[in-house]
Design a protein around this ligand. Structure first.
Ligand SMILES: NC(=O)c1ccc[n+]([C@@H]2O[C@H](COP(=O)([O-])OP(=O)(O)OC[C@H]3O[C@@H](n4cnc5c(N)ncnc54)[C@H](O)[C@@H]3O)[C@@H](O)[C@H]2O)c1
Length: 399
């Protein structure tokens, strides 16, 4: 039996996937409310295909609890934030979960850490607390919110272990559902590959954002330029945007800056470039309002609160960063709407697209949800700052 510890965005789909492919699974989370919701037959976040997967897993016998199980295999998927001052990974949740497991697990159990950690974290923070001959493995997760179910099935995976036999045994568990290639390597390599993958994307996005600023300064169309450059067989530039959010690309590269401050110069600069984008958008709003003779900030609305399109995850989102920046400038009044956020989470928030659009003269497209693409005609007559180049209308402003 596999005991999955931490039933958030990563742990829950992983547990469900294993259970629906014939593995006996118990899901554990110390958040009682979350466990009660799952036991009442409801999923805890919106994700394409998750409800169907949940039903299949429940039919296959998965159970949810706040207790840690006595079993031979554990998969730990708890948060790994970074310390805002030192930029280093904060491993306290991982270490706490490992200690909780050690309190109940039998001799020789296998403990798989799925949480993203910087290279050396397991050696530094986890190995010193290990006991009972527990085997430690790192199996970082790569799935993207919005396409998690498909990617769990099809992505290639990495497993880092101290010895081949342990790695192969864990590979067998993931092979129950994973149709991608599973590479077995050592733990530090597995730790580093995960962080490097997200860093590669963060640096590429920062490059696109920098190009957007250069093009804005000198009257060039960054989208046309990136489109043409990407027709080169060895060039693949990502798109600029209003900032980077979520718990991967906006977090993991900082681990390398924190651990290797005198070496990770490009990464440091890239992260600062991405983090400055919400302020850049705020400044664009100011410039456009001035150009249009607009003076009332309450007639400006931000479309989208989540960190990416078609998901309900708001963590570290550019819109939240922009609202914080507004506050830091001692200003208030920007209106906000997101079809995926039903709870009231910020001031001046709307829950209906038409009501939101009626209340504003200028719309800033912060997130490219399908909803706004499908209702683009409703933006006619508005001043539009399109941060994703998705609104094909005359007079639309870009970052
Ligand atoms: N969200 C993503 O898109 C994504 C993608 C790839 C990797 N990751 C990595 O996966 C890890 C988990 O991220 P997430 O987004 O699922 O986090 P999350 O916050 O959604 O979920 C973590 C869960 O762990 C629970 N938890 C924490 N400590 C616990 C403990 N000691 N015992 C039992 N439960 C505990 C929390 O209550 C929470 O429900 C992180 O390291 C993250 O960097 C996330």
């Amino acid at each position: 039996m596999v005991n999955v510890i931490g039933l958030g965005y990563i742990g829950l789909p992983t547990a469900l996937m294993l259970a629906s492919h014939g593995v006996e699974v118990v899901g554990t989370d110390y958040n009682k409310e979350l466990v009660d919701t799952l036991n009442a037959g409801h999923t805890t976040f919106k994700e394409k295909g998750l409800d169907e997967l949940f039903d299949a897993a429940v039919n296959a016998g998965i159970t949810f609890t706040t207790q840690y199980m006595v079993t031979d295999t554990y998969i730990v998927s708890v948060p790994t934030p970074y310390d805002k001052f030192s930029k280093k990974v904060d491993a306290k949740y991982v270490v706490a979960a490992v200690k909780d497991v050690l309190a109940v697990c039998p001799e020789g159990a296998t403990l798989v850490i799925e949480s993203t950690v910087s290279p050396g974290t397991i050696e530094k923070f986890v190995r010193p607390v290990l006991a009972k001959g527990v085997k430690i493995v790192h199996a970082p997760e790569r799935i993207i919110p919005g396409n998690m179910v498909y990617e769990l099935l099809h992505n290639n995976r990495t497993i880092g272990a101290d010895d081949r036999a342990t790695g192969e045994a864990v590979k067998k568990i993931y092979s129950s559902f994973c149709e991608g290639e599973i590479v077995v390597t050592d733990i530090k390599t597995a730790e580093m590959t995960k962080v490097v993958e997200n860093t590669y994307r963060a640096v590429n996005i920062a490059f696109a954002n920098e190009l957007a600023k250069i093009c804005r300064h000198d009257g060039m169309d960054v989208y046309e330029i990136i489109k043409i450059c990407n027709m080169h067989p060895r060039v693949n530039i990502l798109q600029p945007g209003p900032g980077v959010g979520g718990h991967c690309i906006s977090v993991d590269p900082w681990f390398l800056v924190g651990d290797y401050p005198s070496l990770a110069k490009v990464i440091d600069e890239a992260m600062r470039t991405n983090d400055a984008m919400p302020d850049f958008v705020l400044n664009r709003i100011y410039e456009i309002m001035k150009e249009k003779g607009m003076t009332d900030i309450t007639r400006v609305g931000l479309y989208g609160l989540t960190y990416k399109e078609n998901v309900d995850d708001m963590r570290e989102s550019p819109t939240l960063q922009l609202l914080e920046s507004q506050e830091r400038h001692l200003a208030t009044g920007l209106k906000v709407y997101d079809p995926f956020i039903t709870a009231d989470v910020v001031a001046n928030q709307y829950h209906n697209l038409d009501e939101f659009l009626n209340a504003v003269d200028m719309v800033v497209v912060m997130v490219k949800h399908n909803e706004i693409k499908e209702n683009a005609e409703k933006l006619a007559g508005k001043v539009v700052l399109d941060c994703h180049n998705i609104i094909d209308q005359p007079g639309v402003y870009h970052i």
